[in-house]
Design a protein around this ligand. Structure first.
Ligand code: HEM
Length: 111
């Protein structure tokens, strides 16, 4: 079971980032933002699934919380773009949290 969650999670995160970028640059395409949202859900479900099976190690609790913040930031960026409001600060936050989440996911940062 862990393997199913892990493979889906490991196989989806980069696709999520690609769909997020596509939704940003082609914001008139509604289906792109729907697919991006499906991937948000997929990452959360598989991530929480692994978290349960691993019995909640602190490092992945932190990673999960940062990842949820990351998803919030991505959605905020898409919303601000749609409303044509300034949002460069959210891009900075996005890049920083994304790097942290990836480093935690690949055990580069561990505690
Ligand atoms: C946008 C959201 C997310 C991104 C970009 C992301 C990214 C990653 C990456 C890159 C890995 C390493 C994959 C690999 O080894 O090939 C990973 C693993 C993992 N992620 Fe996420 N993740 C996200 C959401 C979440 C959430 C919401 C949770 C939990 C609530 C979570 C929990 C985990 C866990 C437990 C692992 C397994 C680490 C292991 O066993 O080695 N992730 N994630």
């Amino acid at each position: 079971m862990y393997n199913i969650f892990y493979q889906s999670h490991a196989g989806s995160w980069a696709i999520l980032i690609i769909f997020f970028l596509l939704s940003y640059f082609f914001h008139n395409q509604k289906w792109l933002s729907i697919i991006t949202r499906i991937f948000y859900l997929m990452m959360i479900v598989t991530g929480v699934g692994m978290l349960f099976l691993l019995k909640f190690p602190l490092v992945f609790i932190v990673k999960g919380l940062l990842a949820i913040l990351l998803i919030g930031t991505m959605d905020m960026i898409l919303m601000k773009k749609k409303k044509a409001q300034p949002h460069s600060i959210f891009w900075i936050v996005f890049v920083i949290i994304l790097i942290l989440v990836i480093l935690l996911g690949f055990h580069v940062i561990h505690f």
